[in-house]
Design a protein around this ligand. Structure first.
Ligand code: XIL
Length: 473
């Protein structure tokens, strides 16, 4: 877990967090870091910015895939790691969808927040009808199998989900509680801790974002689990209604941090009564900004995950009829006002402009000439340069049918890749040798694919655009 995080954040994490912590001021305006992606901005302050994803969409939709890779540094499986997806019948495990999400995260240097082992929904009926002894065995087997499979690749787990009811903070009257008694929660955490001692273990719930009877109950459960050293964090789902970010949200998260726990916004969406007008979209942006600022300013908040990429992907319209438009991207993949608000809250530069003057020839407009070659050609372009780094996008074009490609180039100066997406290989040195990711190697003649990366470089120098050699692999 630590390795993944350090690798991803090694270069730029330090300065901004130290400065803001010392001065005790917010990140949003004072330290705009000229980062122009959510991912770049979150990396710069050492936070996860996550998105809940669907394996089929990742597989089939290039635009979806590219945005997930370039804008987010953390993934959660929206459904693929739930019990009904991973163990539909007793002892028969199906991991193909969950595997593909974890593979994608690994290829793109993203953390994974696992969701979820023990829940009263999306759990097959064969589990629900077991007696206490068999249910305990099934739970232990399930957690061991899933946690072991992803040990070292999933950074944190929602071990239990939604165990408190909406009725005045009473425990949820689920088949788990009725069959096993309240001890089912401890059993789940003990099992998960033993199965993957390095993963962070979370309790996750909705309507606990502010201080209320339900979050009070989660607080008491968390105290008990923390005292046994089997809990690391609390997940606040934050399925919010427009204009209703709880006024006590910051104080609520702080009280859990004061127990020595991490906190995380795990399933953020903010729903609007449809149709949404522009004033509502602006209110939504303000609400998103507030939630993300709370996390950005709290050192022990590990990050924020939004529950889906586009409005069209969201569970909200199906679950809360008449409402929708709850996410950062519109159906056509355009960025909504909420996107810019989140970028600002992460300390990025929502204007899209670098805060320092670029060197004499503006590299933003520079694209390398397509080199001549037979099997494939590749070009780089700098999409957003700043003083000490830049984001590049690359296009690989197949001149013949390909089942894989390789790209190589040498940096002329101090440029070095800090993170990359949709490309694999040896990327971090002066000589770069990249290869296709599992999903973008097969190209028909004439077809193109893209990948991208961020670099760091010594202050002030112009981000260069080297010539790339592309060969079929
Ligand atoms: C939802 C998914 O988004 C839907 O696709 C699925 O049909 C039902 O579950 N709280 C949770 C999530 O913890 O797992 C739920 O996800 C949303 C509410």
């Amino acid at each position: 877990m630590l390795l993944t995080r350090q690798r991803r954040r090694a270069v730029i994490a330090g300065a901004v967090t130290v400065a803001t912590a010392a001065l005790g001021i917010g990140l949003s305006t004072q330290f705009a870091s000229a980062q122009t992606t959510l991912r770049g901005a979150a990396d710069a302050i050492g936070k996860d910015i996550g998105v809940a994803v669907d394996a089929n969409r990742l597989q089939s939709n290039a635009q979806y895939r590219d945005i997930v890779a370039s804008e987010f540094n953390s993934l959660t499986a929206e459904n693929a790691m739930k019990w009904d997806a991973t163990e539909p019948s007793d002892g028969n495990y199906t991991f193909s969808q969950a595997d593909s999400i974890v593979d994608f995260a690994e290829d793109n240097n993203q953390t994974v927040h696992g969701h979820t082992f023990v829940w009263h929904q999306q759990t097959p009926s064969w589990v629900q009808s077991l007696n206490a002894t068999s249910m305990r065995t099934a739970m232990v087997d399930h957690i061991n199998t899933v946690a072991n499979r992803y040990e070292g690749r999933v950074d944190s787990w929602d071990v239990v989900n939604e165990v408190v009811s909406d009725n005045n903070g009473a425990m949820r009257d689920s088949f788990w509680l009725r069959t096993m008694g309240e001890g089912y929660i401890t059993t789940a955490f003990q099992t998960a801790r033993a199965a993957d001692p390095n993963a962070d273990l979370y309790i996750n719930d909705y309507s606990i974002d502010g201080i209320n009877a339900k979050s009070d109950t989660v607080y008491r459960i968390a105290q008990g689990l923390k005292s046994q050293n089997i809990l690391d964090g609390v997940g606040f789902q934050a399925h919010l209604i427009l204009g209703q970010v709880p006024s006590t949200m910051e104080a609520n998260l702080q009280r859990f941090v004061d127990l020595g726990l991490k906190v995380r916004i795990t399933e953020l969406d903010i729903r609007i009564n449809l149709p949404a007008d522009s004033a509502e979209l602006q209110q939504q942006a303000n609400d998103y900004q507030r939630v993300v600022e709370i996390c950005a300013e709290l050192a022990d908040c590990s990050g924020v995950t939004v529950w889906g990429l586009r409005d069209a992907d969201s569970w909200v319209p199906g679950t809360f009829p008449g409402t929708g438009a709850p996410l950062l991207y519109a159906d056509d993949y355009s960025k909504k006002p909420a996107y810019t608000a989140v970028l600002n809250a992460l300390g990025g530069d929502g204007t899209g402009n670098p805060t320092t003057t670029p060197a004499t020839s503006d590299p933003a407009t520079t694209t390398s000439p397509p080199p001549t070659g037979s099997g494939c050609t590749a070009t780089l372009s700098v999409s957003s340069p700043w003083n000490t780094g830049a984001t590049y996008s690359a296009t690989v074009k197949a001149n013949q049918a390909l089942s894989g490609w390789k790209v190589t180039w040498t940096w002329p100066g101090s440029e070095r890749i800090s993170n990359a997406w949709s490309v694999t290989g040896t990327l971090t040195g002066a000589s770069v040798s990249g290869a296709n990711a599992p999903y973008n190697g097969t190209l028909a003649a004439g077809q193109s694919t893209t990948f991208g990366f961020n670099i760091t470089k010594a202050d002030g120098s112009t981000a260069s655009v080297p010539t790339v050699t592309c060969t079929p692999a």
